[in-house]
Design a protein around this ligand. Sequence first.
Ligand code: HEC
Ligand code: HEC
Length: 495
Amino acid sequence: MKISDLWLAGFLFLFSIPTNASTLNFTSNAELDAALRQRISQLSLTGDPLSPRSLPSINTTKAQLGKLLFFSKIQSGNFDTACVSCHHPMLGGADALSIAIGVDTLNPNLLGPGREHRSTAPFYDGGPTMPRNVPTSFNLGFWDKHIFHDGRVEALLPLPFQHGAIGGISTPDSGKDLPDPDAGNNLSTAQAAFPQITLEEMRGFTFAEGLSNQETRERVAARMRGELEPLALNQWPALFRETFNLPDVPLNEVITPAAIREVLAEYMRSQVFVDNPWFDYVQGNTLALTPQEKRGAFKFLSRENVGGFNCQNCHSGNLMTDEGFHNLAMPQLGRGKGDSYTRTNDFGRYRETYRFNDLFAFRTPSLLNVEVTGPYGHAGAYGTLEDTIRHHMNPTVAIARYQYDGTQPSVQQSDMQNNSQEAINILFVQQIVGVSKLNNHAYNEEDIQDLAAFLRTLTDPCVKDRQCMAPWLVDNDIDPDGLRIEAVDINLQPL
Ligand code: HEC
Ligand code: HEC
């Protein structure tokens, strides 16, 4: 296996010698603008992902209640993890780690770099116990087809602007292609009931042992109703009654798994951060971008024959994703999903479909606010946008040269080359038989800088401004159970 891998790697290297280089021939800024505007209109980009979609404001009572719950450890088996432990609004709706760290940490309040497991934790091996990088919760309500890196929460009738609200949703509970009757009204509600039942994420290894997913959720709801262990403080019953306007019915009809997933989803759906310079430009403000950013935009959107890199072939539309799955052979760090001979690989979408085309394929991420959502890739292998872009240009070369330079030195790396090489080999075949949309490119440093500059125009300034983010934070809110994550960074400074 190893010998043939090496042989194949050398063979692939030869084949991956790039075939085209980028040269833009615009003589003036005006010419660049004209070409870019033409491409924008060809691609029917509107710069307005919102309309005709309807998403809640953070000021709705359900989003506000969801926020309080999002920050509380009450949903985790051992009272040590909250949603916000891995999806903090000041960390780009994620955790700034390559691979997530959930239960059994040294300091549950410490988020981002420096967050580590206790050495006495079950399954401790020094590195993170979770398998993948955290996708942002920002702009969650814009997805219409798939949630999770492997799309295992899926709209059965994926209609534009519907966020899975029509036609049912399949989840790991129902199995692929079957509607989950408990999934709720949209992809966000469908997703929001899975972290609590996942052992290494929130549940811990002893809570509700032996119980089914739905029974475990009932257990969490019962705890919030005050029916399990005694809680020193518990305002959830009053808050849920008020929010759902149910003053008189029995409490077990008020705090239910369905209500819990609904309020969490409303909070996440209210995280709409789409006010960025790029959309400004698309909507007509030619001064919204610098010349370099415009070059980057042109290269991102255009085909190779005019000097582009055709990124939009996968990162398409206003959300900058086709919501499809592609094998990019991004470096496979961490303990993976237990796949392949190393038992630390991650087959990605293939785990759901068992189709060859989906081997090592992961969902195309949205690139909105990508500047603040790093590290990048499903295993958080790259710390910078520039390195992530270089990887796209030639994965074989990138893997051969790869060195982890991120902020989570404890992440497991010993199987990285073997695992990633396997994905490279499969990618090679996928390219030959024509099921891959990834082309190798020659490039120069200016290309990388231009593309990265363009990606930074996708940042809504709000997400970098703590004051602007205040409505999504809990600074001025009650702590209903005294179980709030008081988030701090590695220097113990409040986030
Ligand atoms: C231990 C860290 C951790 C905690 C705690 C956590 N998540 Fe996540 N979350 C992740 C990881 C990792 C993924 C990606 C999993 C995958 O794709 O296989 C994820 C995925 C998601 C997604 C999918 C986003 C997308 O674009 O596909 C949403 C939404 C989400 N989490 C919401 C929540 C909510 C709500 C909670 C609390 C109930 C929560 N998370 C708790 C780590 C965490
Ligand atoms: C073949 C489809 C495809 C093309 C073409 C493509 N991407 Fe990607 N891109 C993806 C997928 C899939 C991922 C996630 C891969 C993973 O997680 O393993 C990704 C990840 C990224 C990320 C990291 C985002 C994150 O949140 O982790 C960035 C940045 C990015 N792409 C930018 C670009 C740029 C710039 C181009 C053009 C040079 C481009 N992409 C072309 C499919 C594509």
